[in-house]
Design a protein around this ligand. Structure first.
Ligand SMILES: N[C@@H](CCC(=O)N[C@@H](CS)C(=O)NCC(=O)O)C(=O)O
Length: 204
């Protein structure tokens, strides 16, 4: 088994799906978290100058989506073939469409602007993405989860997305019972439930 070291900030952000995949895959990894005041020293050591980065036996790899893909495949959470992987990937990409509108809120410069941006995020941006996810859940390859009846990287990424959305839009799944059911199934997975209980508590 290679030595895995996942470097990120002390937040869930772009690293939490990766952490959960490692946990589900019962794969040991070093959960290395840097404080923001340490970042200027660490940044020059990161190839892309951004986190997360994953070291595998000391060699560094970058980009959260690429790392999710790699970890999910090695942990058996990305389907059995390329077509399964395509179905899982399209859910992940749909989820990631929420990142730019989330950043609009995150980078709001004053309270008034932030309130306006949260309203737009909750009432316009997120419903569009949730509707797309409902459509993906209605495809015939979906089941209890986005792909079949076993948890995959798509479901894990979805749970992490909802945790991120809920920072600004509490109870965001209230009008989406089918999505809520998937969220609840992922949250009920014993490995995920245990990790959510013991992981460091962070704001984001
Ligand atoms: N496309 C990259 C984006 C990574 C990214 O934006 N990372 C942020 C944290 S979430 C970062 O490193 N910010 C610090 C900086 O850019 O100096 C990925 O998905 O890994």
């Amino acid at each position: 088994m290679p030595h895995y070291k996942l470097k990120y900030f002390d937040g869930r952000g772009r690293a939490e799906t990766i952490r959960m995949l490692f946990k589900l895959g019962k794969t040991e990894f070093e959960d290395s978290r840097c404080e923001s005041d340490e970042w200027p020293q660490i940044k020059p050591t990161i190839t892309t100058k951004q986190l997360p980065a994953l070291e595998i036996d000391g060699k560094q790899y970058n980009q959260s989506k690429s790392i999710i893909n790699y970890v999910a495949r090695t942990c058996g959470l990305f389907g059995k073939n390329e077509l399964d992987a395509l179905c899982i990937d399209m859910v992940i990409d749909t989820i990631d469409d929420a990142v730019p509108p989330w950043h609009v809120v995150w980078y709001s410069t004053n309270e008034e602007e932030k309130a306006k941006n949260i309203k737009h995020f909750s009432e316009v941006e997120i419903p569009v993405i949730f509707d797309r996810l409902v459509s993906l859940l209605e495809l015939d390859h979906a089941g209890d989860f986005f792909f079949g009846n076993k948890i995959t990287a798509a479901d894990v990424h979805f749970l992490c997305m909802v945790e991120g959305v809920d920072i600004y839009f509490t109870n965001s799944l209230a009008k989406y019972p089918k999505l809520q059911a998937v969220f609840d199934r992922v949250a009920a997975d014993p490995v995920i439930a245990e990790w959510r209980k013991v992981r460091p508590v962070t704001d984001w």
